[in-house]
Design a protein around this ligand. Structure first.
Ligand code: C2E
Ligand code: CA
Ligand code: CA
Length: 666
């Protein structure tokens, strides 16, 4: 089995995980270090503001405490006379001041400029005289930071409590930075500053200013993308509006479609990377006078300043929509995205930031509900779109209350035998006039409103009722495939209710649950809690729409699926599309190696059928070519026609199949 473990797929999944973990670590470190460096700069700032005669260290000690988490700090200085002992000139513990220590190897090393950490502090525990004695024990971890003090050499020593954790590599690294900057700062403090010291002071001031600028930038910008944040954007728009006079401006609200799913599938780190890449693409298409901002998770706003005419406004929005539809590649994974954009213009749709933003938002909402990946310009009638959704919601609610959901069934057939081995159950909404509506108009909404469980149970009731009559026409062993959404699939109580209903039917083993790969990505809930439930009652699992989602073969290794349904997009025009052929063959043979049977979805033509028949590892299919979904009543009434049609397909395609198989064998 291991030989079939598709090393490329596993490697890339593994590589992605590795990358994500590394990024998370790096981000964490960066955030922490930024904070620490800001504190160090504060310490230096304190040093620089010291007037002559003040103790330069008291405020520095205070600022450094949260950075290095020390309990005591002192500064030792090397006197001018050779071989004279080191003197403590300042310390958090007054009893240490004026204490002296004879120079030793460790001190020498530090005075020569080496930042050093030790787990003990034996050298400090033994002062030469009574001053400072008994203050430091020999078991306190210590960090020695060299300092250039005017013309003396010296060091700052930070001590932690006895038994505390020692200073680590990160402390040493920060200590090095501090040491360097502090020495410069101290040099700059010196009364008669030399030329080079003045230069250093200048450099230091520049560094401080740069740090200041970084901090201001951080307050006004989004950390992840570096774009202005909501508050700063509002400021920029307000000031643009103030100076607009008779110029036109536009505010575009850009909302990503399905960003949440990307986060759920690939994790937040990949989501973050996607947001950064997106913002770069947009920035590449706008002018320097335009302002792009990120105002929340997956919402961007764009100020277009000025709007020359409607055509150029349309043009840029169109280019942005198109650019965002180009797939993104993150750590080797291709992710297809789109965004919906709503636009409000000044002065037509508002004269304040609030009005423009609200109206752009309404327009975005209307674009999204009409077609994801499109744009809409605000217009007063858009209130209607909101009303329309409310109406559709009402329709679904009423249909649930009145139990007006009906199952239609589509036969599943054996590719070589053309027998009907099962049916897929598909939901339809029946309106007041008795017309059946396809799921595209209501399934998403019903999911949002939390109605899918009751809809599934409604369909099950009817299917279970008609099974005996269906069996009379199609044989007693056909399977019934039920669709559940990824969200249902990881809702353990909901799945338990479905399983109970199947058990009541007396033949749970005839049922198959179809789930998309997304179900497997919710922290293993499906694998851990739901799969055993299904397994124990004999209900089988089929992976639906394979190839459209996360679509990693590695998913297969992680699940106990019995069946895999290859999405229609791989089957359509198969004979003319070599890429689909390669994918199809690869997936099918991998699945077969894992003991999973493969169903090709959406077969519409005899050419597709013949091609599929030439792939030995694909044995089953579904599609309009064999039979369209129909109500149970129709399926029973027309069973003869359907079976006759399948027999004639069998007769017409049997010979080429044998030929194709023979070619494969030879
Ligand atoms: P699906 O699970 O992939 O179902 C197969 C869809 O492909 C059905 O569309 C079916 O009518 C259509 N189809 C089958 N053969 C062909 C073909 O040869 N050509 C083409 N063009 N289409 C073909 P339908 O019934 O409109 O369902 C659409 C989707 O709605 C389903 O896709 C499924 O995701 C969802 N759905 C349907 N019933 C339920 C349900 O009871 N619960 C849930 N959660 N989702 C459902
Ligand atoms: Ca399905
Ligand atoms: Ca499907």
């Amino acid at each position: 089995m291991d030989a079939d473990r598709l090393p490329d797929e596993l490697d890339s999944a593994e590589a992605l995980r590795e990358m994500v973990l590394a990024q998370r670590r790096e981000l964490h470190t960066l955030r922490r270090e930024n904070g620490d460096i800001a504190l160090l700069l504060e310490a230096l700032d304190a040093l620089l503001q010291i007037e002559g005669g003040e103790d330069p260290f008291a405020s520095v000690f205070a600022v450094l405490r949260p950075v290095f988490r020390y309990s005591e700090a002192l500064v030792l200085v090397e006197p001018v006379e050779a071989d004279a002992p080191l003197v403590c000139v300042v310390a958090t513990q007054p009893t240490l001041v004026d204490g002296t220590w004879s120079s030793d190897r460790l001190f020498d090393k530090v005075l020569a400029g080496r930042v050093t950490a030790t787990s003990t502090s034996r050298a400090l525990a033994a002062p030469l005289g009574p001053t400072g004695a008994g203050v430091v024990t020999s078991d306190q971890p210590a960090l020695y930071l060299p300092l250039g003090l005017r013309r003396h050499r010296g060091m700052m020593v930070l001590l932690r409590g006895e038994g505390d954790e020692g200073f680590d590599r990160r402390d040493i690294e920060l200590g090095r930075k501090f040491s360097l900057l502090a020495s410069h700062a101290l040099a700059a403090l010196s009364a008669n500053r030399s030329e080079s010291e003045r230069k250093r002071l200048h450099q230091l001031t520049e560094q401080l200013e740069a740090a200041q600028a970084t901090l201001t930038h951080r307050a006004n910008h989004d950390m992840l993308t570096g774009l202005p944040n909501r508050a700063y954007f509002e400021e920029r728009v307000t000031s643009a509006l103030r100076s607009a006079s008779d110029r036109r401006l536009a505010l575009a609200f850009i909302d990503l479609d399905g960003f949440k799913q990307v986060n759920d599938r690939y994790g937040h780190e990949v989501g973050d990377e996607l947001l950064s890449q997106m913002s770069e693409r947009i920035l590449g298409l706008v002018r320097s006078t335009d302002v792009l901002a990120r105002i929340s998770g997956d919402e961007f706003v764009l100020l277009l300043n000025p709007v020359v005419d409607d055509a150029s406004l349309d043009g840029v929005i169109e280019r942005i929509l198109r650019a965002l539809k180009e797939p993104f590649t993150i750590a080797g994974v291709r992710i297809a995205m789109s965004a919906s954009i709503g636009i409000a213009t000044y002065p037509e749709h508002g004269t304040t930031y609030q009005q423009l933003q609200r109206n752009a938002d309404v327009a975005m909402y209307s674009a999204k509900s009409r077609a994801k990946g499109s744009s809409a310009l605000f217009d007063a009638s858009l209130g209607l779109a909101v009303a329309e959704r409310a109406e559709r919601e009402q329709l679904v609610r009423r249909a649930v209350a009145e139990r007006r959901f009906r199952p239609v069934l589509q036969p599943l057939v054996g590719l070589r035998t053309m027998d009907v081995y099962g049916f897929e159950v598909l939901a339809r909404l029946e309106d007041e006039r008795g017309t059946l509506h396809p799921p595209s108009g209501f399934i998403g909404l019903a999911g949002e409103l939390g109605f899918l469980d009751s809809i599934t149970l409604m369909l099950l009731d009817e299917v279970i009722d008609v099974m005996p009559a269906l069996d009379a026409q199609y044989g007693p062993a056909t399977s019934m495939s039920i669709n559940v959404s990824a969200r249902q699939a990881v809702d353990v109580p909901a799945m338990r209710r479905i399983v109970e209903r199947l058990q009541e039917s007396g033949r749970p083993d005839r049922f198959v649950i179809e789930v998309t790969e997304d179900a497997y990505l919710h922290a293993g809930v499906f694998q851990r809690d739901v799969q055993p439930l299904l397994h124990d009652s004999g209900v089988r699992v089929s992976i639906d729409d394979f190839g459209t989602g996360f679509s990693s073969l590695a998913t297969l290794l992680d699940v106990e699926a019995h069946e895999l349904k290859i999405d229609r997009s791989f089957v359509t025009d198969l004979p003319g599309r070599p890429r689909s052929q390669v994918i199809l063959r690869g997936v099918a043979s991998a699945a077969r190696a894992l003991g999973i049977s493969v169903v090709a979805e959406g077969v519409e033509t005899e050419q597709e059928l013949r091609y599929l028949q030439s792939i030995p590892s694909i044995r089953r299919a579904q599609g309009f070519l064999f039979a369209r979904p129909a109500t149970p009543t129709d399926l029973i009434a027309t069973a003869r026609d359907i079976l006759e049609h399948l027999r004639s397909l069998h007769a017409a395609n049997a010979a080429p199949t044998l030929l194709a198989d023979a070619r494969l064998v030879s």
